[in-house]
Write a protein that binds this ligand. Sequence first.
Ligand SMILES: [Zn+2]
Length: 196
Amino acid sequence: MPKCHWCKDIGEKERMHCDEKPTGKFNKNGSPKMFRKYFHSKCHELFLNDKEYKKIEATKLNDLYIYIRDLHGLISLDERMMEKIQDLRNGTIKIANKKVKKYKSGVPYELMLQTYRYNANTIDDVIRKMHFKEKWNEFSYIFGIVTKSVNDINTMNIQKEKTDTFKSKVSTESIEIDVKKKEVKRVDEMDISDIL
Ligand SMILES: [Zn+2]
């Protein structure tokens, strides 16, 4: 019985989903050798969702990466920089070289990017006026500004969401009122025609 690629439990082959890919090698009889992954059908769904999630995460990270790279005029971000970004994403932060879980859940990449953009003027000023020894110091300093500001931007987003929900609620209510008014009118018209 094959092992499920997702949950690692075994399952009945006939009832499992099978992803197969040619390995590029061939069996003795000339048929292509296949690489097969088995999944419980529920697990396959989870696997696909996870794949999609990772793809979206990768796109968001890429946007953030390009923004930071260009901001500091770098060719690429080094490992230390990526580690800082990942730690903020995962909610782990290094204090005295020990990883400590700081945030309940980490900071999404798009929120980091939004925070960079929101603080663009301050950041530009810092880069222009302060003279950092190395790009790493510049990156760290700016990343510190972003980390401090990220919660404020998050609160601002939540507040905006609330206002938007309120606005859409209000507009739905006013539509309902309009509809009611029309109904009332129709009754009025009917009344008139009844009299006539
Ligand atoms: Zn499974």
